[in-house]
Write a protein that binds this ligand. Structure first.
Ligand SMILES: Cc1cc2nc3c(=O)[nH]c(=O)nc-3n(C[C@H](O)[C@H](O)[C@H](O)COP(=O)(O)O)c2cc1C
Length: 306
């Protein structure tokens, strides 16, 4: 029996749970020659802001043990160029398209979402309320429950698209933030964004990143992400899209068992552009070997009874 990998989140159907994470897959077209984009469950775009942003000066990435630091600074083409130059390519694909939106004020989130909504064809918005690498604003919405509810409610006024709230791990209670996301009207939470980190070159005594601190991603953060997914799954009734160091189908299954329905592959795309394809095939083989019919047969099924 061939397992059915299809899932549904907020009324949107995904042919499988594997999406590619914001900022690690450009605008999709960069990977066209490398993998079959239509085979993905979904593509999440780089964060889009109102104005084009050059981002931070180099060095913007720094390799660490089992991971990497980045402080790209939300470099992106801005919403107008995104709609004119990037969205037409994405619209043609047979996969769910999720546009990730960032901003430094409620008004910026609202204006970007308003323009996107008018531009039409895409499936969902992922609100990046959790970027740790911008000078002001980026984190506030992700670390203050009331601010998150405010931005979600304001954005919902201008868009009919279902909204995913992308949560920051740099908080005291991720459960409280997931509850706020639900209260604000998000159809799902995606988690986690990067953890604040820093590296220093011992020869030059300079920080590894021009921005001094940045976001840690990759296998190093996976156990943190799995624990957070588990906690939210146990405490908040909202679909979870798991993110954080997913590189193999075993990582994917681990996140599903912790409670994630959908998944996003990030840093692994830089190491092996084919990683997401291997994860999709590996997950299907795992379910088939255990005679399980759907992803739902493993979501949240971690055995924690003593
Ligand atoms: C180079 C780089 C750029 C990123 N840019 C964004 C971004 O623009 N918006 C966003 O929401 N997340 C961004 N992220 C965070 C990822 O989407 C993801 O949440 C994080 O890297 C954890 O997943 P991973 O360990 O699989 O990479 C970026 C990550 C990396 C490594």
């Amino acid at each position: 029996m061939k397992p059915n990998l299809q899932i549904e989140i907020g009324g949107v159907t995904f042919k499988n749970p594997i999406m590619v994470a914001s900022g690690t897959f450009g605008y999709g077209e960069e990977f066209e020659q490398l993998i079959d984009l239509d085979a993905l469950g979904g593509i999440v775009t780089k964060s889009i802001t109102l104005k084009e942003r050059p981002g931070h000066p180099p060095p913007r990435t720094y390799e660490t043990a089992s991971g990497m630091l980045n402080a790209i600074g939300l470099a992106n083409v801005g919403v107008e160029r995104f709609i004119d130059e990037k969205l037409p390519f994405l619209k043609k694909l047979k996969t769910a398209i999720i546009v990730n939106v960032a901003g430094s004020a409620v008004a910026e989130y609202v204006e970007v979402c308003r323009q996107l909504d008018l531009a039409g064809d895409f499936d969902m918005i992922e609100l990046n309320v959790s970027c740790p690498n911008v000078d002001k604003g980026g984190m506030e919405f992700g670390t203050d429950a009331a601010a998150m509810i405010r931005v979600l409610q304001a954005v919902r006024e201008v868009t009919s698209r279902p909204i995913i709230a992308k949560l920051s791990p740099n908080v005291t209670s991720i459960v409280e933030m997931a509850r706020a996301a639900k209260e604000g009207g998000a159809v799902a939470v995606s988690m986690i964004n990067t953890l604040v980190g820093m590296a220093i070159d011992v020869q030059t005594w300079k920080p590894g990143l021009s921005n001094i601190t940045g976001g840690l991603s990759g296998p190093a953060i996976k156990p943190v992400a799995v624990a957070m997914v588990y906690k939210v799954a146990r405490n908040v009734d909202i679909p979870i899209i798991g993110i954080g160091g997913i590189s193999t189908w075993m990582d994917a299954v681990e996140f599903h068992l912790a409670g994630a329905l959908g998944l996003q592959v990030g840093t692994a795309n830089f190491i092996d552009p084919d990683a997401s394809m291997k994860i999709i095939k590996g997950t299907a083989a795992y379910l088939a070997a255990r005679k399980l019919g759907t992803i739902h047969d493993i979501v949240g099924k971690v055995k924690t009874d003593k």
